[in-house]
Design a protein around this ligand. Sequence first.
Ligand code: ADP
Length: 465
Amino acid sequence: MMDLSAAKTETSPPQAFDSVLIANRGEIALRVQRACRELGLKTIMICSEADRDADYLRSADTTICIGPASPGQSYLNKAAILLAMRLTGAGAVHPGYGFLSESAAFSEAVEEAGAVFIGPSADAIRTMGDKIAAKKAMMEAGVPCVPGPDSALPEDLAEVRKIAAEIGYPVIVKAAGGGGGRGMRVVRDEASLSDAVLVTREEARRAFGTPELYIEKFLQHPRHVEIQVLCDNHGGAVWVGLRDCSMQRRHQKIVEEGPAIGIPPDVAAFVGNRCVEACRQIGYRGVGTFEFLYEDGEFYFIEMNTRLQVEHPVTEMTSGVDLVRQQLLVALGQPLDITQADVVCNGHSIECRINAEDPYNFTPSPGLITGVQLPGGPGIRIDTHVTAGYRVPTHYDSLIAKLIVHAPTREQAIIRMRRALAEMQIDGVSTNLQLHREILDDPAFAEGGTDIHHLEHWLAARGAK
Ligand code: ADP
């Protein structure tokens, strides 16, 4: 095994930890591993039985198999991960995205066990995980929100009708504890309101453990625009540009890009600065993303993700800020070494999520990858854990690679992405590469600024052909 002590960090932080357990899998585990290595931190990767033979695990200093394939018994199994942490003496835990990354209880358990959770405090995760509390906090910080009260809906249906009428139909009823696009119902007129409230409340009680609901204006043709933030433990906080993630299918992002085009810089700066203010008010630390709907020139906050996101490379490409490295430095107790004035985004970046799935009917396509041909050349980045001989397991998300391009303009980025997609080939399993090639040829995408419904409409038209 390699001795990394000679490669110790050039920045010599007060070393709060010298090893990181990566509580995740696949491309993001590898991404975190790379950032750790560049800082001279030792890495411990956990894996399930389904992943134990994967090549990417070899990049870690130590790997430890923590349980069977089922996520509940491995990547979501807090007790097993905490045990791995103790057995390996890990000084910190990086949760990646998904799995336990937004679990306040996990963050707390890690810290109680004496290690550093690489993410915000359990309190901040809890506040932002409760959508009503989050909306309240955002309104207090002056972040623009969707019209509607920042409090739970009353039980009394007559009261609810009054609130909805004040907002104006259509409205959307949402569960305070909702997530993953679940626990929401659009209501177009008063006649359907009470049923929608009762059904959503029951669903919320069962799925999210709290029956609390709230209501807001339903925006009909918004874009999804999000703002990346980065905060330290010493009051330092910056926002690092905007991303547009409107190309979604069933609330899953497929293509992301940055910056979000057509948004006046002064408007973006105003909202970005409000996000930073909100972070200061809630004592936020680490990286995070404020998600907005953007319609007719206005921003409307919908939720905050208190973790690193899949699409973070888009921001890294345009800003030159290594977000994972920054996460680690913040966790080590360092103050940010950049101020808002240092954050300058250049050019345009696009990310395509390459999934092992059928490019037409989207059924997952697990199995053995027999060949991989990756694109190269200027402005190309590929984040993947996959190589020829890798077997895509059936148990997890189907993301196998992220193809990211950067170019001086959006037009050039599109040309570059088309070129890269033409070069890329994966054999043995079906992938959505062909879907991406077609999306990149869509004139509406090329024009830019499409709303969150565009991809679904486009897919329906494509299916009908
Ligand atoms: P989740 O945590 O489940 O992802 P969000 O609040 O982020 O929930 O909403 C998920 C998606 O639902 C949004 O990306 C958007 O497509 C839609 N949505 C949520 N709130 C509204 C709204 N007020 N108007 C229109 N669409 C909405």
